[in-house]
Design a protein around this ligand. Sequence first.
Ligand SMILES: [Ca+2]
Length: 277
Amino acid sequence: MKKVLHCILFCLLFISCKDDGKNYHLSGRAEKGTLVDNSMIFVLETNSKFATTGDVIRTVTNKGGAYEFNVKLKEPFVSVTAMGYYYNEITGKTTEPTDGDKDDTSAGKITLYALAELSEGSNINLNVITTITKDRILNLIQTGMSYESAYKQAQFELLSHFGLQRYAEKNANTFSITAGNEEAGALLVISAALLVNQTPSSFQDYLNKICTEFAKKGKLAKYMITAYEANCQKLNLNQLTTWTKRYYSTLGIPIELPNLALFIDWNGDGVAGNEIN
Ligand SMILES: [Ca+2]
């Protein structure tokens, strides 16, 4: 009898553990440029090393690449993926296929990633910084580092290439072009500079190459750095500011942007904006 009772108690404990979890309201934005409406969002429940522990939760974006939903999680870690066409800051248009190129509908799509520990907040944005650093963060975690230390190191390594290391401490999954702060300016400049000389179909491959290279040692290849620096010089900052604000305005999201010149290292001394009074 005692054995049966123990067995029942064990089962009840197991069931209660299995149901154990916390409810979260997750929200965020997917921005390369902003992903268009109805882009796919996949959220994967994970453990602290970002190994999958639960189901894939799917939703889609609405205006301004925004998404939100409620979820119950056993551990406060998630990996988020977004996939869709996006607003190209260089051309001022989205990458959705026009009538002439319907044959290859995947060509203009981008995949973005973000990792998050939800104790830091349940707003998870996806952008080029969270995407490029993702595999580097995972590699650092494999060496025994915590998620927080790993993302700070990976962000410092990446942003130092752009002279923007002063933004490394705050998690890039809180950055948004819509935020009206300095991080918005930094994110927009990086997003746009990476796109210069890329076509909608070449950009995903280029981004993949950057991610793979950066994941190894937290460094970009010399040709990637040279291209980024040259691209920054080519950016038409007035046009970039005007077009970006205008695009968000058409979405019903009026935004403010800082002076974008502050986020480019014009004199190559390793610090963006320090040459501007
Ligand atoms: Ca400088």
